[in-house]
Design a binder for this molecule. Structure first.
Ligand SMILES: NC(=O)c1ccc[n+]([C@@H]2O[C@H](COP(=O)([O-])OP(=O)(O)OC[C@H]3O[C@@H](n4cnc5c(N)ncnc54)[C@H](O)[C@@H]3O)[C@@H](O)[C@H]2O)c1
Length: 365
């Protein structure tokens, strides 16, 4: 790193859509300096430069030029999914730590190449799992870690939208996104489930993936796509080690209550069930804990207190772990675990049968 103990870490952001939230997170930090912004779209690049009040000489339309010239310590990769691997590997080889947007990659092979590049270059590779940094998720993690659910045996993890196919960018194109709703939304719901359970290994995966609306130009946010060749509704049944069954549903579009956009996790155990219900990104009244008290069914409604959350909290945590040299909070190995399951859902859907992982857990490390 370029810093001794006091110099701020030099940070660059590649891709300034959600990269805007990364830049905001870094801009709030005194421990880092926003030292480069990159986007191939010059109009967007100029808009962000104005917003963050940065000089023209730290603006780049080519990330390889940025990596050569900007002398960076950390790079956020916020590009379309299929560009995560090449950009992250280039940044790692240039000696930078990388915070990569989700999904880590569009395939297990790409994710493994990225992790290999991080290890060979002695740099960190982390995934932007911002939803872990919600106060209600933190509360669930604590309830589970305290053993209050007893033995967990069943998890339902959803992110489902009535109308929500992204009409901007390249989300609907297989070539650039590697998949649709499953990679975009399913990856978050799956990560929350795996994170809360402590990343048990997946043993078998059975999935289905379909396109009902996108190819017809229906249920799209914004402009209708000229081409749409990814899934807009997918689901998977995943058998996890320890006897837990996980059902994952991800949809950009389906017939449900108008404008519904719902993240829901239901984790069932022998002593209690905890439910996270987040309609339309709300932060209020999202938790229920069902258990038994003195022989009677009881419903607990926790009132959690919120502080910093989302990308802001994620970025602060990543910077803290880098400076303190403590384990990365959203390490890429966890990103790989998710990608491997999502890839298996697509494989299972295409083959019409279950995918069985045998003796593969050690290949993840
Ligand atoms: N963590 C989250 O909650 C969250 C939210 C939204 C998006 N994402 C992820 O972030 C990534 C980007 O999504 P988005 O919504 O910002 O998309 P977007 O289309 O709004 O932005 C992508 C940006 O990348 C730029 N770009 C494309 N190719 C480039 C290249 N070769 N060099 C430089 N710039 C290039 C585009 O011009 C565009 O401005 C995706 O992987 C998506 O899954 C994560």
């Amino acid at each position: 790193m370029s810093n001794g103990t006091t110099e701020p870490l030099r940070v660059g952001v590649i891709g300034l859509g959600i990269g805007n939230a990364h830049a905001e997170g870094y801009a709030r930090e005194t421990r880092v300096k926003l030292a480069a912004l990159c986007d191939s779209n010059e109009v967007r690049l100029k808009e962000r430069a104005l917003k963050f009040n940065v000089a023209d000489d730290i603006l780049f339309t080519d990330y390889r030029a940025m990596l050569k010239q900007a002398g960076l310590d950390i790079v956020s990769v916020c590009l379309p999914n299929a560009l995560h691997a090449p950009a992250a590997i280039a940044a790692l080889e240039a000696g930078c730590h990388v915070l990569c947007e989700k999904p880590l990659a569009t395939s297990t092979a790409e994710a493994q190449d990225m992790i290999r590049a991080a290890r060979m270059n002695g740099r960190r590779l982390m995934v932007a799992y911002n939803h872990r940094y919600r106060a209600d998720v933190a509360w669930m993690k604590r309830v589970i870690n305290e053993g209050r659910l007893g033995t967990i045996y069943r998890v339902d993890a959803w992110w489902r939208r009535e109308t929500g196919i992204p009409g901007w960018g390249v989300f609907g194109l297989q070539e650039y996104s590697g998949g649709g709703a499953l990679l975009d939304l399913g990856v978050h719901a799956l990560d929350l489930a795996l994170y809360l359970l402590g990343f048990p290994a997946a043993l078998t995966v059975s999935g289905s993936a379909r396109t009902s609306f996108g190819a017809r130009g229906q249920k799209v946010w914004g402009a209708k796509p000229e081409k749409f060749d990814v899934d807009d509704f997918s689901e998977g049944d995943i058998r996890l080690e320890g006897g837990v069954s996980l059902h994952l549903v991800a949809s950009w579009a389906e017939h449900r209550p108008p404008n519904d956009d719902l993240i829901r996790l239901e984790i069932q155990g022998t002593d209690g069930t905890v439910v996270l219900n987040i309609p339309n990104y709300t932060k209020t009244d999202t938790l229920r804990f069902y258990t038994e008290v003195a022989g009677a069914p009881a419903t607990i409604t926790p009132a959690v207190r919120w502080a910093s959350s989302g990308h802001e909290a994620l970025i602060a945590d990543c910077v803290t772990s880098l400076l303190a040299n403590t384990p990365a909070p959203t390490d890429a190995v966890q990103g790989l675990a998710g990608v491997r399951i999502l890839e298996a859902i697509y494989r299972s859907a295409a083959a019409g049968r279950e995918v069985v992982f045998e003796h593969e857990a050690d290949q993840l490390a």
